[in-house]
Design a protein around this ligand. Structure first.
Ligand SMILES: NC(=O)c1ccc[n+]([C@@H]2O[C@H](COP(=O)([O-])OP(=O)(O)OC[C@H]3O[C@@H](n4cnc5c(N)ncnc54)[C@H](OP(=O)(O)O)[C@@H]3O)[C@@H](O)[C@H]2O)c1
Ligand SMILES: *[C@@H]1O[C@H](CO)[C@@H](O)[C@H](O)[C@H]1NC(C)=O
Ligand SMILES: *[C@@H]1O[C@H](CO)[C@@H](O)[C@H](O)[C@H]1NC(C)=O
Length: 294
């Protein structure tokens, strides 16, 4: 009887949670007038996030290394309806620059509502080559700059009860082949931000932390790197970008996009890891990798 009662309470809890979550609906107006930083916004998913935010009427500060591309993205954001849009070029292997981006938001907007961390440095798509120094450098760009910007932005985010949005990957939740350095940096993000979220709960810091678990997306970089090796089709970057913004605005702990391509493997991960490894490996044409480098 005791067990049944517990199960019943758990079930009611789940139903209430579902009801509670479905009650919170996303509206584009949620982003109107909000002050947002998007990193890695000169191309791919970051660029698309900037356009969505433009349409929603946000104040936008974007960054990446390539100034000409950033300039064009800013122009388009303004045409789409951004309240304001600025860019600051620089490389995220430089922590002084990472801090400077946050300071720029402070002087431009006087505060910050949402910090979207999305950039990644270049890495190879192949078997691990033994180069540990490359992992160290990639950690600087893909991980330490995220931590640095978060620390720097926290006072502003506390004041606005804002959002931290971290773009990760299935490769940041599961071990996948051919992306050892990348996967390392993405797992680090989960450790840092999931622990931080717990501390925020305890300390009653009302800043949401949203970790985005993203599957294969049709950005130029991803398609050019993996198209021949991965057996399924990429999902659209426009929709992916919107789902990330929605998850951040709704203060969700994690975003899964595409849902089935991320959530199902994650459900299997703890219950049937060997079966999952088998399924995942079947998705790869590893022979194509060698053909490509010929
Ligand atoms: N596409 C996918 O299949 C996929 C799947 C799962 C997760 N994700 C995640 O989604 C996010 C965006 O990926 P994406 O496919 O849109 O990539 P992308 O198109 O290659 O964009 C990467 C962005 O980062 C910038 N960047 C590169 N090196 C940098 C550096 N050293 N310092 C500062 N910025 C730098 C790039 O601009 P510059 O070159 O001008 O600096 C660009 O704006 C990443 O976090 C990625 O891990 C993507
Ligand atoms: C790092 O960034 C700062 C601030 O943008 C800049 O002044 C400095 O020259 C950069 N350092 C390097 C090595 O690029
Ligand atoms: C946290 O901040 C959000 C956004 O301002 C607000 O809706 C929510 O009520 C706050 N929660 C608490 C516990 O203060």
């Amino acid at each position: 009887m005791g067990l049944l009662k517990k199960a019943l309470i758990a079930l009611i809890g789940i139903l209430l949670a579902v009801y509670f979550y479905s009650g919170k609906e996303f509206k584009p107006e949620m982003l109107k007038g909000k002050r947002v930083i998007v990193t890695g916004a000169s191309s791919g998913i970051g660029e698309q996030m900037a356009y969505h935010l433009g349409k929603m009427g946000s104040h936008i500060l974007i960054t990446a290394r390539t100034e000409e591309k950033l300039k064009k993205v800013v122009e388009r954001c303004l045409k789409l309806g951004a309240a304001s849009a600025y860019y600051i070029p620089g490389s995220m292997d430089n922590m002084t620059f990472a801090r400077q981006v946050v300071h720029e938001a402070k002087s431009l907007f006087g505060g910050l509502d949402m910090l979207i961390l999305n950039h990644i440095g270049y890495s190879y798509f192949n078997f691990f080559d033994g180069d540990v120094d490359h992992i160290r450098k990639l950690l600087e760009i893909n991980f330490l700059s995220y931590a640095t910007m978060t620390v720097e932005a926290l006072p502003m985010l506390k004041e606005s009860e804002g959002n931290i949005v971290v773009v990760s990957s299935v490769a940041g939740k599961l071990g996948l082949p051919l992306t050892v350095p990348y996967s390392t940096t993405k797992f680090a993000l989960d450790g840092f931000f999931s622990s931080l979220r717990m501390e925020f709960y305890h300390q009653k810091v009302n800043v949401s932390v949203t970790l985005c678990v993203i599957s294969y997306i049709d950005t130029d970089t991803a398609v050019n790197t993996v198209a021949r090796v991965i057996n399924h089709l990429p999902a659209p970057k426009e929709e992916c970008a919107l789902e990330i913004i929605k998850g951040g605005a709704l203060r969700q702990r994690e975003v899964y996009y595409q849902y089935h391509a991320t959530k199902i493997p994650l459900l299997l991960r703890d219950w049937a890891p060997d079966f999952l490894d088998y399924l995942l490996l079947k998705n790869y044409n590893i022979e194509e990798l060698n053909k490509k480098s010929e």
